[in-house]
Design a protein around this ligand. Sequence first.
Ligand code: MV4
Length: 447
Amino acid sequence: MFKKILIANRGEIALRIIRTCRELGIKTVAIYSKADADSLHVRFADEAVCIGPAPSRESYLNIPRIIAAAEITNADAIHPGYGFLSERAEFSAICKEYGIKFIGPSPEMIGLMGDKITAKDTMKKAKVPTIPGSEGLLESIEEGLGLAKEIGYPVILKATAGGGGKGMRVVTNETEFEKAWNDAKMESSAAFGNDGLYMEKFVEEPRHIEIQVMGDQFGKVCHLSERDCSIQRRHQKLVEETPSPVVSQELRDKMGKAAVQGAEAINYEGAGTIEFLVDKHGHFYFMEMNTRIQVEHPITEEVTDFDLIKEQIKVAAGMPISGRNYYPSRYAMECRINAEDPSNGFRPSPGKITNLHIPGGHGIRVDSHIYSGYVIPPNYDSMIAKLIAFGQSREEVIVRMKRALQEFVIEGIKTTIPFHIKLMDDKGFRSGKFTTKYLETFDFSNL
Ligand code: MV4
């Protein structure tokens, strides 16, 4: 087992990783930027190294400085958390070069899933259902137009270097094609330095349902059932829940089997998530694979009683997984509390928290790095807490979540709490019948 892990991240996920390391008797090293000197991850880690100024590219994204911090503290492994360097194949490769275990998949696997055409092709070969579309890159606008006619509109153009919605355009008819093509090319070229596009039939009003998987170094993969992440705004998830209101045990088994099959086909190591689109007929299709621990992992932990960070560390140290799959034995939901003003287009609202009360009680978990007097820096992601409620039914969880949201006091800044309270009372949400378009028509006034 590792003796010392460096956590190449900040905020709540850095704290989350430190907690599990403590339980495993593993020493921890925090890294931090000058903006994070007063952060809890710095206080709670056994050691802390300042690695640079506030901007991410000079601190949390600066590979040489992070490797140097691992070397001077003698860390034998690095946990990347989510975001930042967690899905950079190059970082995983450099860790290996320096004899430091990267807690996550190999550079090859990260690269394979980072290129969306290669990822889709790999999954298709492993017999995971994929959406009909182009065979790889589209070479020209003419090829695109021809194929769109064959597939039938609406179609969607996607960036092979993309993910999370960037460089993506829906095309509803032939006359829109050229503009959509040029816009998608421009956007993906600017965002990723790669303007390669591919095409798919557009699945209308889908649900976003993902399967959590865990693979060991012996080629074995298990799944931990699904998370429903359909409540999103501009590709930012706001609420996640498990089990999904639309997934039957039969569908869960099918999607779980497909996810395991896909991950085993690439000898996947570590925690990963296979994202699917589920259409109104209950057909599911591979969308993307995330090769990291995700923000929403706690809801899976609460319904399966399985510490995902602990398991990540164990498989990275070469221990085998149990070999069985994990199913929800209760319901859990997460609300992302962001320092944003939901009645003002979710505009970021950094600044000082002047007064704080964190909710508690039966069936409540709060993963957060904030405290009274904490100053939220403007340089990073605006998520400041994850409020997780769990219980015996979806209805019970929603009532409990609303109770906890009302108990949550965060003064000095604007947060997404008022939005979540309104959502918990919303008939459409409570019915469980919604799609990824749900928030497009939600009334964000009177919060
Ligand atoms: C799609 C789709 C419909 N049809 N692909 C969004 C982000 C990226 N991961 C892929 N996305 C989509 N791909 C086909 N063929 C609809 C979306 C999509 C979406 C997916 C999940 C959650 C929210 C979404 C919001 C808009 C579009």
